[in-house]
Write a protein that binds this ligand. Structure first.
Ligand SMILES: C[S@@+](CC[C@H](N)C(=O)[O-])C[C@H]1O[C@@H](n2cnc3c(N)ncnc32)[C@H](O)[C@@H]1O
Length: 252
Protein backbone atom coordinates (compact mmCIF):
# COMPACT_ATOMS: atom_id res chain seq x y z
CA UNK A 1 0.00 0.00 0.00
CA UNK A 2 1.39 3.39 -1.00
CA UNK A 3 1.27 5.66 2.03
CA UNK A 4 0.40 9.26 1.10
CA UNK A 5 3.64 11.17 0.56
CA UNK A 6 4.79 14.52 -0.76
CA UNK A 7 3.58 13.81 -4.27
CA UNK A 8 0.16 12.98 -2.82
CA UNK A 9 0.13 16.31 -0.99
CA UNK A 10 1.26 18.18 -4.12
CA UNK A 11 -1.62 16.70 -6.08
CA UNK A 12 -4.14 17.50 -3.35
CA UNK A 13 -2.76 21.06 -3.23
CA UNK A 14 -3.09 21.50 -6.98
CA UNK A 15 -6.63 20.18 -6.80
CA UNK A 16 -7.44 22.74 -4.12
CA UNK A 17 -5.94 25.47 -6.30
CA UNK A 18 -8.01 24.37 -9.26
CA UNK A 19 -11.12 25.32 -7.27
CA UNK A 20 -13.63 22.69 -8.21
CA UNK A 21 -16.82 24.03 -9.73
CA UNK A 22 -19.85 23.11 -7.59
CA UNK A 23 -20.94 19.56 -8.30
CA UNK A 24 -17.82 18.73 -10.30
CA UNK A 25 -17.30 15.18 -11.45
CA UNK A 26 -13.83 14.05 -10.37
CA UNK A 27 -11.89 10.94 -11.37
CA UNK A 28 -8.78 9.81 -9.54
CA UNK A 29 -6.58 7.27 -11.31
CA UNK A 30 -4.44 5.10 -9.02
CA UNK A 31 -6.12 6.17 -5.82
CA UNK A 32 -4.05 4.15 -3.30
CA UNK A 33 -5.47 4.92 0.14
CA UNK A 34 -7.97 7.28 -1.46
CA UNK A 35 -6.43 10.39 0.12
CA UNK A 36 -6.85 12.60 -2.95
CA UNK A 37 -10.31 11.26 -3.75
CA UNK A 38 -11.35 12.02 -0.17
CA UNK A 39 -9.88 15.52 -0.54
CA UNK A 40 -11.92 16.01 -3.73
CA UNK A 41 -15.11 14.97 -1.96
CA UNK A 42 -14.32 17.39 0.86
CA UNK A 43 -13.70 20.16 -1.69
CA UNK A 44 -17.30 19.84 -2.76
CA UNK A 45 -17.15 17.55 -5.75
CA UNK A 46 -20.57 16.31 -6.79
CA UNK A 47 -19.26 12.91 -7.81
CA UNK A 48 -15.91 11.26 -7.09
CA UNK A 49 -14.78 8.07 -8.78
CA UNK A 50 -11.51 6.47 -7.71
CA UNK A 51 -9.80 3.67 -9.63
CA UNK A 52 -6.93 1.40 -8.65
CA UNK A 53 -5.53 -1.81 -10.05
CA UNK A 54 -4.72 -3.07 -6.54
CA UNK A 55 -7.38 -4.90 -4.52
CA UNK A 56 -5.81 -3.72 -1.27
CA UNK A 57 -5.89 -0.12 -2.45
CA UNK A 58 -9.52 -0.39 -3.48
CA UNK A 59 -10.50 -1.79 -0.08
CA UNK A 60 -8.47 0.84 1.78
CA UNK A 61 -9.94 3.69 -0.27
CA UNK A 62 -13.47 2.40 0.29
CA UNK A 63 -12.93 2.20 4.04
CA UNK A 64 -11.28 5.62 4.20
CA UNK A 65 -14.13 7.25 2.33
CA UNK A 66 -16.81 5.41 4.28
CA UNK A 67 -15.48 6.21 7.76
CA UNK A 68 -15.52 9.87 6.75
CA UNK A 69 -19.02 9.58 5.39
CA UNK A 70 -17.92 10.71 1.94
CA UNK A 71 -19.51 9.41 -1.26
CA UNK A 72 -16.56 8.06 -3.25
CA UNK A 73 -17.18 5.32 -5.83
CA UNK A 74 -14.06 3.13 -5.74
CA UNK A 75 -13.54 0.75 -8.64
CA UNK A 76 -10.90 -1.84 -9.33
CA UNK A 77 -9.31 -1.84 -12.74
CA UNK A 78 -6.71 -0.59 -15.16
CA UNK A 79 -6.75 3.22 -15.54
CA UNK A 80 -9.81 4.23 -17.58
CA UNK A 81 -11.08 0.66 -18.01
CA UNK A 82 -13.75 0.87 -15.26
CA UNK A 83 -15.05 4.26 -16.48
CA UNK A 84 -15.37 3.56 -20.18
CA UNK A 85 -17.71 6.09 -21.80
CA UNK A 86 -17.76 8.42 -18.77
CA UNK A 87 -16.49 12.00 -18.74
CA UNK A 88 -15.25 14.10 -15.84
CA UNK A 89 -14.65 17.75 -15.06
CA UNK A 90 -11.38 16.98 -13.31
CA UNK A 91 -9.05 14.01 -13.62
CA UNK A 92 -6.24 13.65 -11.08
CA UNK A 93 -3.42 11.13 -11.00
CA UNK A 94 -0.27 10.36 -9.06
CA UNK A 95 0.75 7.40 -11.21
CA UNK A 96 3.82 5.17 -11.05
CA UNK A 97 6.65 7.26 -12.57
CA UNK A 98 9.94 5.85 -11.26
CA UNK A 99 12.49 5.01 -13.93
CA UNK A 100 13.74 1.43 -13.63
CA UNK A 101 14.65 -1.74 -15.44
CA UNK A 102 11.63 -3.84 -14.52
CA UNK A 103 8.72 -4.40 -16.87
CA UNK A 104 5.81 -2.65 -15.09
CA UNK A 105 3.34 -5.15 -16.52
CA UNK A 106 5.14 -7.95 -14.69
CA UNK A 107 5.37 -6.16 -11.34
CA UNK A 108 3.14 -7.33 -8.49
CA UNK A 109 2.73 -6.03 -4.95
CA UNK A 110 3.89 -2.67 -3.67
CA UNK A 111 6.17 -1.99 -6.63
CA UNK A 112 3.11 -1.43 -8.77
CA UNK A 113 2.80 1.93 -7.06
CA UNK A 114 6.05 3.22 -8.57
CA UNK A 115 7.58 0.96 -11.25
CA UNK A 116 7.18 2.75 -14.59
CA UNK A 117 9.70 1.09 -16.89
CA UNK A 118 12.86 2.35 -18.56
CA UNK A 119 11.42 5.75 -19.42
CA UNK A 120 9.32 6.16 -16.29
CA UNK A 121 6.41 6.78 -18.63
CA UNK A 122 4.64 3.43 -18.94
CA UNK A 123 1.52 4.76 -17.20
CA UNK A 124 2.05 8.48 -17.82
CA UNK A 125 1.94 8.05 -21.59
CA UNK A 126 -1.34 6.15 -21.35
CA UNK A 127 -2.85 8.84 -19.16
CA UNK A 128 -1.75 11.57 -21.58
CA UNK A 129 -3.23 9.62 -24.47
CA UNK A 130 -6.57 8.67 -22.92
CA UNK A 131 -7.40 11.48 -20.47
CA UNK A 132 -8.50 14.02 -23.10
CA UNK A 133 -11.23 11.62 -24.23
CA UNK A 134 -12.58 11.46 -20.68
CA UNK A 135 -12.62 15.21 -20.01
CA UNK A 136 -15.83 17.15 -20.19
CA UNK A 137 -15.94 20.66 -21.66
CA UNK A 138 -13.88 22.95 -19.42
CA UNK A 139 -12.18 19.83 -18.08
CA UNK A 140 -8.84 19.79 -16.27
CA UNK A 141 -6.20 17.10 -15.86
CA UNK A 142 -3.74 17.25 -12.95
CA UNK A 143 -0.91 14.74 -12.94
CA UNK A 144 2.18 14.36 -10.73
CA UNK A 145 5.48 13.05 -11.99
CA UNK A 146 9.22 13.30 -11.54
CA UNK A 147 11.23 15.51 -13.88
CA UNK A 148 13.32 12.38 -14.45
CA UNK A 149 10.34 10.91 -16.29
CA UNK A 150 10.30 13.73 -18.81
CA UNK A 151 8.15 16.78 -18.18
CA UNK A 152 8.51 17.83 -21.79
CA UNK A 153 7.08 14.52 -22.99
CA UNK A 154 3.96 15.05 -20.89
CA UNK A 155 3.54 18.65 -22.03
CA UNK A 156 4.03 17.75 -25.69
CA UNK A 157 1.59 14.84 -25.46
CA UNK A 158 -1.12 16.93 -23.78
CA UNK A 159 -0.66 19.85 -26.14
CA UNK A 160 -0.74 17.44 -29.06
CA UNK A 161 -4.12 16.25 -27.78
CA UNK A 162 -5.39 19.83 -27.79
CA UNK A 163 -4.96 20.72 -24.12
CA UNK A 164 -3.34 23.83 -22.78
CA UNK A 165 -0.64 22.39 -20.52
CA UNK A 166 1.93 23.72 -18.09
CA UNK A 167 3.82 22.90 -14.91
CA UNK A 168 1.87 24.38 -12.01
CA UNK A 169 3.88 23.13 -9.03
CA UNK A 170 7.36 21.81 -8.45
CA UNK A 171 9.27 20.60 -5.44
CA UNK A 172 12.79 19.31 -4.91
CA UNK A 173 12.66 15.94 -3.21
CA UNK A 174 15.50 13.90 -1.68
CA UNK A 175 15.74 10.34 -2.98
CA UNK A 176 13.84 7.81 -0.90
CA UNK A 177 14.93 4.16 -0.58
CA UNK A 178 13.72 3.11 -4.03
CA UNK A 179 15.54 5.91 -5.81
CA UNK A 180 18.69 5.52 -3.69
CA UNK A 181 18.85 1.84 -4.63
CA UNK A 182 18.91 2.74 -8.33
CA UNK A 183 20.99 5.91 -8.15
CA UNK A 184 24.01 4.25 -9.81
CA UNK A 185 21.81 3.08 -12.68
CA UNK A 186 20.38 6.58 -13.11
CA UNK A 187 23.89 8.05 -13.10
CA UNK A 188 25.07 5.51 -15.68
CA UNK A 189 22.18 6.51 -17.91
CA UNK A 190 22.98 10.18 -17.49
CA UNK A 191 19.62 10.92 -15.93
CA UNK A 192 21.19 12.37 -12.77
CA UNK A 193 24.54 14.01 -12.18
CA UNK A 194 27.22 12.05 -10.27
CA UNK A 195 26.32 12.30 -6.61
CA UNK A 196 22.88 13.77 -7.26
CA UNK A 197 20.48 12.30 -4.77
CA UNK A 198 17.39 14.36 -5.32
CA UNK A 199 14.78 14.73 -8.00
CA UNK A 200 12.20 17.33 -8.84
CA UNK A 201 8.54 16.49 -8.49
CA UNK A 202 6.12 18.32 -10.74
CA UNK A 203 2.39 18.77 -11.07
CA UNK A 204 1.39 19.22 -14.68
CA UNK A 205 -1.99 20.70 -15.48
CA UNK A 206 -3.82 20.35 -18.77
CA UNK A 207 -6.99 22.25 -19.64
CA UNK A 208 -9.27 21.83 -22.57
CA UNK A 209 -9.13 25.03 -24.66
CA UNK A 210 -12.58 26.10 -23.57
CA UNK A 211 -11.26 26.26 -19.99
CA UNK A 212 -8.16 28.26 -20.92
CA UNK A 213 -9.59 31.49 -19.61
CA UNK A 214 -10.23 29.93 -16.23
CA UNK A 215 -6.81 28.40 -15.71
CA UNK A 216 -4.66 30.35 -13.26
CA UNK A 217 -1.12 29.88 -14.54
CA UNK A 218 1.16 32.78 -13.74
CA UNK A 219 4.71 32.62 -15.11
CA UNK A 220 7.35 33.07 -12.42
CA UNK A 221 10.60 34.86 -13.02
CA UNK A 222 13.27 32.80 -14.73
CA UNK A 223 13.46 29.32 -16.05
CA UNK A 224 15.09 26.11 -14.98
CA UNK A 225 16.81 23.33 -16.77
CA UNK A 226 14.81 20.24 -17.51
CA UNK A 227 17.15 17.33 -16.66
CA UNK A 228 15.75 15.31 -19.55
CA UNK A 229 16.43 17.97 -22.14
CA UNK A 230 20.18 18.51 -21.84
CA UNK A 231 22.16 21.68 -21.26
CA UNK A 232 20.59 24.94 -22.28
CA UNK A 233 17.03 23.64 -22.67
CA UNK A 234 14.60 25.09 -20.18
CA UNK A 235 11.01 24.82 -19.08
CA UNK A 236 8.93 27.74 -17.88
CA UNK A 237 8.12 27.91 -14.20
CA UNK A 238 4.58 28.61 -13.22
CA UNK A 239 3.13 29.71 -9.93
CA UNK A 240 0.61 27.89 -7.84
CA UNK A 241 -0.89 29.22 -4.66
CA UNK A 242 -0.61 26.02 -2.69
CA UNK A 243 1.93 24.03 -0.75
CA UNK A 244 2.65 20.44 0.03
CA UNK A 245 3.86 18.69 3.12
CA UNK A 246 4.47 15.17 4.30
CA UNK A 247 7.17 12.55 4.03
CA UNK A 248 9.49 11.60 1.20
CA UNK A 249 8.32 9.62 -1.79
CA UNK A 250 8.76 5.89 -1.44
CA UNK A 251 9.75 6.36 2.16
CA UNK A 252 7.37 3.58 3.24
C1 LIG B 1 2.15 6.43 -6.46
S1 LIG B 1 0.73 5.54 -5.97
C2 LIG B 1 -0.38 6.89 -5.64
C3 LIG B 1 -1.46 6.56 -4.64
C4 LIG B 1 -2.32 7.76 -4.22
N1 LIG B 1 -3.04 8.31 -5.34
C5 LIG B 1 -1.49 8.84 -3.58
O1 LIG B 1 -1.26 9.87 -4.23
O2 LIG B 1 -1.05 8.66 -2.44
C6 LIG B 1 0.13 4.90 -7.53
C7 LIG B 1 -1.11 4.06 -7.44
O3 LIG B 1 -1.48 3.69 -8.77
C8 LIG B 1 -1.94 2.36 -8.78
N2 LIG B 1 -1.77 1.85 -10.16
C9 LIG B 1 -0.63 1.47 -10.78
N3 LIG B 1 -0.87 1.12 -12.05
C10 LIG B 1 -2.21 1.28 -12.24
C11 LIG B 1 -3.09 1.07 -13.35
N4 LIG B 1 -2.63 0.63 -14.53
N5 LIG B 1 -4.41 1.32 -13.19
C12 LIG B 1 -4.89 1.76 -11.99
N6 LIG B 1 -4.10 1.97 -10.91
C13 LIG B 1 -2.79 1.74 -11.02
C14 LIG B 1 -1.10 1.66 -7.74
O4 LIG B 1 -1.72 0.48 -7.25
C15 LIG B 1 -0.97 2.76 -6.67
O5 LIG B 1 -2.02 2.68 -5.72
Amino acid sequence: MYRPQNDTAMLAGALREARLPPGARVLELGTGTGAVAVAAAREGAGQVVAVDVSVRAVLAARVNARVRGLPVRVLRGDLFGPVRGEVFDVIVANPPYVVGHRDPAAVRGRGRAWEAGASGRAVLDRICRDAPGHLARHGTLLVVQSALSGAAATLVALRGAGLRASVVARRREPFGPVMLARAAELEARGLVRPGQRHEELLVIRGDLPSAAGEAVQTPLEGTRQDPRQGAGRTVRRTAVRGSAGGGGRHAA
